[in-house]
Design a binder for this molecule. Structure first.
Ligand SMILES: C[S@@+](CC[C@H](N)C(=O)[O-])C[C@H]1O[C@@H](n2cnc3c(N)ncnc32)[C@H](O)[C@@H]1O
Length: 242
């Protein structure tokens, strides 16, 4: 996606997907932009851990030494991000853009798939109406996990459903029934419950759990009966083939 505003010497906002974790899965375009933009923005969980997206690209930034804007959001996935957070960060980003400085918002995977880039884009647009935007797609974790699983996600004519999280067993049953392949992201307690009920759902032998795809910590588990609660990780997903 590229939208050009009047610009008038104003900087551009880039939404850059940094891929699933392996820095070699960054696109050449993403690498070039990240080594040239003066300001890099990312969301940062309030638990103090380094931003995942930043950890993927940090090695590229040593020479460029960009300014960072960290948008702090709750580590607790069930806690909403306050609208003020997006308003404040939009003002900070807009300040750079008005001075002609490009800003890149980096996000894990792809910026157009379950990414906070949406909030950043909407809030910056509301204060910079003639915003110049470019979105640089990234390798999504869905694609990386499928590669790690060694099986195509879907083949010709088959249906694929991607769920952001499990909203209960009924939701999951419906998705599994209506699709050839279902990908469940954001592993949570409901998923654990679903795993416990796997016999009822017919998941045995059909689900593959992929944790931290493309990184040195990657794990692929094709017998999900071996999974325990402590094995689950935020950066993991489940691929279920009917
Ligand atoms: C907020 S979504 C971000 C999705 C991202 N925009 C994408 O395109 O992959 C976060 C979820 O992505 C999945 N995820 C991200 N990186 C992953 C990885 N390296 N391996 C497995 N799952 C991953 C997990 O399900 C995680 O809970």
């Amino acid at each position: 996606m590229t939208t050009s505003g009047a610009n008038n010497g104003q900087g551009s906002l880039y939404g850059i997907g940094v891929g699933p974790g392996d820095p070699e899965l960054l696109t050449i375009k993403a690498q070039r932009l990240l080594q040239n933009v003066p300001v890099i923005c990312f969301t940062q969980l309030d638990d103090g851990k380094e931003s995942y997206a930043l950890s993927v690209v940090r090695g590229l930034l040593d020479a460029a030494k960009p300014e960072f804007i960290a948008i702090t959001i709750p580590a607790d996935d069930d806690a909403p991000v306050s609208p003020q957070t997006w308003t404040d960060s939009a003002q900070e980003i807009a300040g750079h853009l008005r001075q002609g400085r490009d800003v890149a918002f980096i996000t894990e995977g792809d910026p157009m798939l379950y990414s906070e880039f949406f909030h950043v884009l909407e809030s910056v647009k509301s204060v910079v109406p003639d915003l110049d935007v470019e979105v640089v797609p990234g390798v999504s974790s869905v694609m990386a996990a499928a590669a790690s699983s060694g099986m195509p996600l879907v083949t010709h004519g088959q249906r694929l459903t991607i769920l952001p999280k499990v909203y209960g067993i009924d939701d999951l049953v419906k998705a599994i029934t209506n699709s050839d392949t279902t990908v469940l992201m954001e592993v949570n307690r409901d998923l654990l419950q679903a795993l416990a009920d796997r016999e009822k759902l017919g998941l045995t032998g059909k689900a593959i759990y992929v944790r931290q795809a493309s990184t040195a910590r990657e794990t692929v588990v094709d017998d999900i009966s071996k999974l325990a609660a402590e094995d689950l990780d935020y950066f993991s997903l489940l691929i279920i083939r009917r």
